[in-house]
Ligand binder design. Structure first.
Ligand code: TYD
Ligand code: MG
Length: 457
């Protein structure tokens, strides 16, 4: 017989305790403990084991075969694709495109499943009506009879649909809008979020069916609901982007099936979420080549090498503190680099206005961007363009020394692939490295040398 008992759960971190107290002992928040009902299995510890303990040498190590989602950028971030029995939590800001991406995946998966004689895709939404979802499906070309919609706020009813239709994929949009009956708590509250997630995991594991859960994030970027949610599911990924550009990045924060280093690139358009397998052109403006104030670096985001253009604009000041505006880059580093430029080459001064920005909404806080920030700024201050076909990577120290950065081989290979002719890199990184053919390497040991080499008197 199942027994029930009352526990008090922290609505911030999910820690629980039998007795109520004013402060959570796990995260230290005050007044966050709320009463909830915990279900306990009877039987006690003397019950005979139901599962069998297997010697490690006899365990089948072959990974469960994953099914492609139909969007290869998504599959790359997941590992191989969608693994049966696996539960993926997709988190992101409202309006970032979670429902659009998942509806697209749902339709592609449903068409493949139909062709292979597998079950339909069940898309359960607690956020919208079925007709709103159908309108979106029309807009993004996701109409297929093998995609079933249910607009439900009660997870038990979704579970009954799963029993009935035996789907090949379940999508639940969102974990905050569904409830499990018989459990106290409001939808979106810590107890319900945990119960809905556990219920989805239970259904997915018992039917060996993959499930994708949508989760909202709070203003500070964390997942709304208890942190323990992230421990329950197999994959946690974030869908990120800002309102001003269509660019969307998908990153795995936790992945039981693959690396967390992969980044998926997408663009949100009126027709849905399009994958961008080669994002190299996104962050480069083609009109600025040959103009002063533009420099290109190959940045690394996880495993992915991306060219990023840094633009700098300089205006001579007339007394008082100049304005410093930075976008897409670390502003403390930019200030430091401007100070080094002044100290080493007498370029710029405190009174001048300097604007430094990336192109296309790219952002990178990597120290490897330092050299591009420095040379773009030197270029605008001297009103001379950088040579075309040049990329530069390196960390600038306070004395103007250049330090190496990680993953240089990968950056140079990408520079070569994109057709750049010359790469300026720290001299300390030359040893033992075979640069890719067709790319000329200019080793530089400090910032002053870099400027003298590029802009000879
Ligand atoms: P959606 O996928 O619903 O975001 P989420 O589920 O993450 O909250 O919506 C993504 C974007 O789609 C949203 O910012 C607005 C845009 N959109 C269109 O471009 N055209 C449309 O007709 C509609 C309804 C939305
Ligand atoms: Mg949505």
């Amino acid at each position: 017989m199942a027994k029930t008992k009352t526990v008090h759960v922290c609505s911030d971190c999910g820690w629980d305790t039998a007795k109520w107290q004013g402060q959570c002992r796990s995260c230290g928040a005050w007044g966050t403990l709320v009463e909830s009902v915990a279900h306990q299995k009877g039987g006690g510890s003397k019950a005979a084991p139901v599962s069998r303990a297997v010697p490690v040498t006899e365990v089948d190590a072959r990974p469960a075969a994953a099914f492609p989602s139909g969007i290869s950028e998504f599959d790359r971030v997941m590992g191989q694709g969608i693994t049966p029995g696996g539960v993926i939590l997709l988190a992101g800001d409202p309006g970032v495109g979670k429902s659009t991406l998942l509806l697209d995946i749902a339709a592609r998966f449903a068409r493949m499943a139909l062709a292979q004689g597998r079950g339909p895709v069940l898309y359960a939404t607690g956020e919208e009506t079925a007709s709103q979802v159908r309108l979106r499906a029309e807009r993004i070309g996701a109409l297929t009879p093998n995609l079933l919609l249910v607009a439900e706020n009660d997870f038990d009813s979704v579970a009954a649909h799963v029993q009935h239709h035996n789907p090949s994929l379940l999508i639940v949009d969102s974990v905050q809008t569904l409830t499990v009956s018989g459990v106290e708590g409001v939808p979106g509250g810590v107890t319900q979020i945990r119960e809905v997630t556990s219920a989805v995991i239970g259904v997915a594991k018992s039917a060996n069916m993959p499930a994708i859960l949508v989760g909202h994030v709070t203003k500070d970027g964390g997942l709304a609901g208890p942190r323990s949610l992230e421990h329950l599911v197999d994959v946690v990924c974030h869908f990120e982007g800002d309102r001003h550009t269509g660019l969307r990045l998908l990153r795995a924060l936790k992945n039981r099936y693959g690396s967390t280093e992969e980044v998926g690139c997408f663009v949100l358009t009126g027709q849905g979420v399009e994958e961008v397998p080669d994002p190299s052109a996104l962050f480069i403006s083609h009109g600025s080549e040959g103009r002063p104030g533009s420099a290109i670096a190959i940045a690394l985001d996880g495993q992915r090498a991306l060219p990023i253009e840094v633009q700098s604009l300089f205006q001579k000041g007339n007394g008082g503190n100049g304005r410093r505006t930075v976008s897409g880059l670390n502003s403390a580093r930019v200030s430091m680099i401007l100070a080094v430029l002044h100290a080493q080459k007498k370029l710029g001064s405190r009174e001048d206005d300097v604007y430094v920005s990336t192109v296309g909404g790219a952002s990178s806080a990597e120290p490897a961007m330092d050299l591009a920030i420095a040379l773009a700024s030197a270029s605008t201050m001297m009103d001379k363009p950088l040579p075309s076909g040049l990329v530069m990577m390196g960390e600038v120290g306070l004395t103007g020394d250049l330090r190496g950065c990680h993953g240089m081989d990968r950056r140079l290979a990408e520079a070569r692939r994109l057709g750049y002719k010359t790469a300026m890199i720290p001299a300390s990184q030359i040893g033992g490295m075979g640069p890719p053919k067709g790319l000329t390497i200019r080793p530089i040991s400090n910032l002053a040398d870099a400027i003298d080499t590029i802009f000879p008197h």
